[in-house]
Design a protein around this ligand. Structure first.
Ligand code: TCR
Length: 539
């Protein structure tokens, strides 16, 4: 299947390229209008790092007519958490530019696109990176005013899989911050993909070990209908079935909202005698089910969470706490990012030209920017996103302050994916630094030569990325194995609640390597969602 996808994409890409070149000779026009939303800081920079983040939750289906020029679909549903991730990339780049020990003579810039959690948008962004926006031939040297060194992203595994097939053709470095699917370790299929989040091989095994540890032998599973959910739950099932644990039910979340399908899952959960339910999904895909579940009287279930929803504010809502307290799950390593909180608080739309920040402000403060205050913004918004209908018509004033509100964007209590983004930027910066400090006559390339920082080939940077080794401010040592993966480490968290909030308590940890694993759990710290507050029976 993988090979076939690859051929299709490659074929499509060649076709598009030919099409563009032929037309380009006469009139130099692009087919389709790809207006991509994001952040750019690329002037007066020697090198650019590309980034892709899901600033919106989805694209909107439109009734495209075949007699009109194709347009990129609009996006909707602003994702505060993802803005924090992107700001971590900008913060890391700013920090590296101020450091004298990493790339002292090079200033890095960035170009960041919105993937809208959608494969087509991510592919669009990738082509934009490679073609240099209005160039009709792949030419990443002209991407954004300075050569593009590497790309961070694309986001979820399905998006990274699609984009890695294109970038892989050029052996162009791509560093994933939360694409955790096990297939991405396959260097035959994804030769230039590396990541700073562990492969889900370890998480699926860790979940299986957790179920075995508590002696549960009858569990239900729910998975998102994407590569992440499907691969993750498949591996989990294989692991538990080896030791005779039975799967009570196995449900798939609908990709596009569908009330009937959701209600069917609710009924399956209600009727099942399994009290332990393993859920491999992102928070976004899971939210509709939890909303429906919270309206029922189902209690006494213990939910096992995959990393993508374990600390999500979208799911850890106080109004769901009767249902979800007691949840246990895995979270990737938490890290410290110096001065990041302050950097987040400096955010203000009027300090920048970035229209995404206007949209953020309107969503965060439930106010509308006056049209003539930012005419450009309004035009762009109408073209690329849909204004949220829930936003009040109250005009934004000068007085809104991020410190006055409780927003996921400024919440720095669980910097996990954010820290993974930060590490991805540092991984690239250290590799570039190593490339830059190569000594001629002692280099890794033919005749012991070196690459030149202002004019290197993507595969030359790949060499350095694969050998990178550095220490973060949290004293974590980062290096990538031959599959481009990091070692697996997870905190095991348990959801406990006070009257008006859910908090995440660390009850153990899990480390995994190719040769084995180590899991430590402190049973006495766990809060169970059962009547007698003891571990549930699920046999
Ligand atoms: N890997 C998922 C996506 C994902 C995610 C997240 C999305 C992960 N963690 C946190 C939102 C929030 C882990 C994937 O598709 O690979």
């Amino acid at each position: 299947m993988g090979k076939m996808n690859f051929c299709i994409l490659f074929g499509l890409f060649l076709f598009l390229q030919c099409h563009l070149v032929v037309r380009g000779e006469e009139e130099c026009r692009l087919i389709g209008k790809f207006d991509i939303h994001g952040f750019v800081e690329s002037e007066n920079h020697e090198l650019i790092i590309g980034g892709m983040f899901p600033f919106h939750f989805r694209t909107i289906l439109t009734n495209e007519s075949s007699w009109e020029e194709p347009k990129s679909p609009k996006c909707e549903g602003f994702n505060f958490r993802s803005l924090r991730w992107a700001r971590a990339m900008m913060h890391a780049i700013r920090e590296i530019n101020n450091r004298t020990d990493i790339l002292p003579n090079i200033t890095l810039g960035y170009q960041i696109f919105d993937s809208c959690f959608t494969i087509s948008k991510a592919v669009e962004g990738t082509l934009t990176f490679l073609t240099g926006q209005n160039e009709t031939m792949p030419n990443f040297r002209c991407s954004a005013g300075a050569p593009l060194a590497a790309v961070i992203g694309a986001g979820g595994s399905a998006l990274s899989i699609a984009t890695a097939r294109i970038l892989g053709l050029y052996y162009f470095p791509q560093v994933g911050y939360f694409s955790s699917c096990s297939v991405l370790s396959d260097k035959f299929q994804f030769p230039s993909f590396l990541r700073t989040i562990p492969s889900d091989v370890y998480q699926s095994k860790a979940m299986a070990q957790l179920v075995i540890y508590f002696g549960w032998t009858w569990v239900g599973t729910i998975a998102a209908d994407d590569d992440y959910g499907k691969y993750g739950i498949k591996l989990f099932k294989e692991e538990v079935e080896k030791v005779g644990i039975c799967i009570a039910f196995s449900e798939t979340l609908p990709r596009i909202y569908n009330k009937d399908a959701i209600q069917k899952i609710v009924e399956v959960v209600r009727k099942s005698t399994a009290n332990v339910i393993v859920v491999f999904s992102t928070d976004i895909d899971l939210s509709a089910l939890m909303e429906e579940m919270a309206n029922t009287n189902i209690t006494g279930k213990t939910w096992i969470a995959s990393e993508a929803w374990i600390t999500s504010a979208l799911i850890a809502k106080p109004s769901y706490s009767h249902l979800l307290r007691g949840t246990i799950g895995f979270a990737v390593r938490k890290g410290n990012i110096p001065n990041f909180e302050q950097f987040l608080h400096e955010t203000h739309p009027e300090n920048t030209e970035d229209d995404l920040l206007y949209e953020f402000w309107e969503n965060a403060f439930n106010c509308t920017y006056h049209a003539d205050r930012k005419a450009l913004y309004t035009d762009r918004v109408n073209d690329t996103i849909t204004r949220e209908s829930h936003i009040s018509s109250r005009h934004c004033t000068e007085n809104e302050k991020l410190r006055d509100i409780n927003n996921t964007y400024t919440d720095v209590s669980e910097l996990r994916i954010t820290y993974s983004v930060y590490k991805a930027v540092y991984t690239i910066a250290h590799a570039l630094h190593d490339l830059d400090t190569c000594v001629a006559g002692d280099g890794p390339f033919p005749s012991k030569s070196c690459a030149y920082i202002l004019d290197f080939e993507p595969w030359q940077l790949m060499y350095y990325l694969r050998h990178v080794k550095f220490q973060t401010f949290s004293n974590e040592s980062v290096h990538l194995d031959e599959s481009g993966d990091v070692d697996a480490y997870y905190d095991i968290l348990n959801w406990q609640n006070s009257s008006d909030s859910i908090f995440f308590v660390k009850i153990g940890k899990y480390t995994g390597t190719a040769s084995g694993y180590d899991m430590k759990i402190t049973n006495s710290s766990i809060l169970w969602n059962t009547e007698n507050f003891l571990s549930p029976h699920s046999v």
